[in-house]
Structure formats: structure tokens, C-alpha cells
Design a protein around this ligand. Structure first.
Ligand code: HEM
Length: 122
């Protein structure tokens, strides 16, 4: 089954964050979201973002790059962090869905991650 709506996107980011929390390489970036209230709010923002990417819903109009630039100043990102983030994102999509939208989602995550790395690490 392919991704069809926001509820599907919510399932993906929920699984993705469980994986991030369990991963020794990247979990330190996400400690603030161990708090259930913070997590729910954050996951809804992520769903707004991906809903806009995939279904042009108009739910996200900010520059997602900026919070990462700020976070990197306090908690430096490495090339390995991006690789792991992407691997866990793709495996979350693959474990739950299959089809054209799933491929588009993974490809967009990859291209945004490449641009983010260029901006942050260079
Ligand atoms: C090493 C890789 C990454 C790490 C460690 C990371 C970490 C984080 C953290 C800690 C936040 C919360 C920032 C804050 O609220 O101050 C955040 C927000 C977010 N991240 Fe990432 N991120 C990574 C890569 C990506 C990529 C590649 C994308 C998109 C494809 C992405 C999409 C987002 C979005 C949409 C938000 C919400 C921004 C907002 O509040 O408007 N992240 N990320």
C-alpha cells in the first residue's frame, strides 16, 4: 500500500522517531522530543512539511533549513549523522509503504539532505 494522506505520513514520522531515539549515532540530537508533548507537536510539524512536499497542501511555508543551522551551532552535525538520518528515514518508509509516493518521499528526503549538508558542513 502506498502513502495516501496525512495519517500515513504521521505513521512514518512516528516510526522514524522511534528509530532515531534508538540510534546511538543520532539520538543526542533529539533528546528534547523524548518529552511526549514536545514529540507530538514536532511530529505534527513534520507531517505538515511532508504533506506539503507530497500533496502540495500549503501546510508548511517556513524555511526548514534555518532550525538546522541553529541546532548545528550547538550540536554539530557530521556527514555520518546525515547518512544515518537518511537510512532510518528510508527504512521507516519502506517498512510501512510501497509505491510511487513512497519513492517520491525518499527521493525528496535525499535531495533536501544533500542541500542541507552542503549548507551546513561547508
Ligand atoms: C543529520 C540530519 C538531521 C538532524 C540531526 C535533524 C535534526 C532536527 C532537529 C533537532 C530539529 C528540531 C529543530 C528545532 O526545533 O529547533 C529538526 C527539525 C526539522 N527537520 Fe531535521 N534534522 C536532520 C535532517 C533533516 C532533513 C534532511 C530534513 C528534510 C528532508 C529535515 C526536516 C526537518 C523539518 C521539516 C523540521 C521542522 C522545522 C520547523 O520547526 O519548522 N531534517 N531536525
Amino acid at each position: 500500500m502506498d502513502i495516501e494522506n496525512r495519517e500515513d505520513l504521521y505513521k512514518i514520522v512516528q516510526l522514524f522517531y522511534q528509530k532515531l531515539f534508538d540510534d546511538d549515532e543520532v539520538k543526542h540530537f533529539f533528546v528534547e522530543f523524548l518529552e511526549p508533548e514536545n514529540l507530538e507537536k514536532h511530529l505534527n510539524i513534520l507531517v505538515d512539511f511532508w504533506d506539503n512536499v507530497l500533496f502540495h497542501s500549503g501546510t508548511y511555508a517556513k524555511n526548514a533549513m534555518q532550525p538546522h543551522i541553529e541546532k548545528h551551532k550547538k550540536t554539530p552535525f557530521k556527514k555520518k549523522s546525515f547518512e544515518k538520518w537518511l537510512l532510518l528515514f528510508s527504512s521507516s518508509v519502506d517498512e510501512l509503504f510501497k509505491g510511487e509516493n513512497s519513492e517520491v518521499l525518499k527521493n525528496r528526503a535525499q535531495s533536501i539532505a544533500i542541500v542541507m549538508q552542503l549548507k551546513i558542513l561547508h
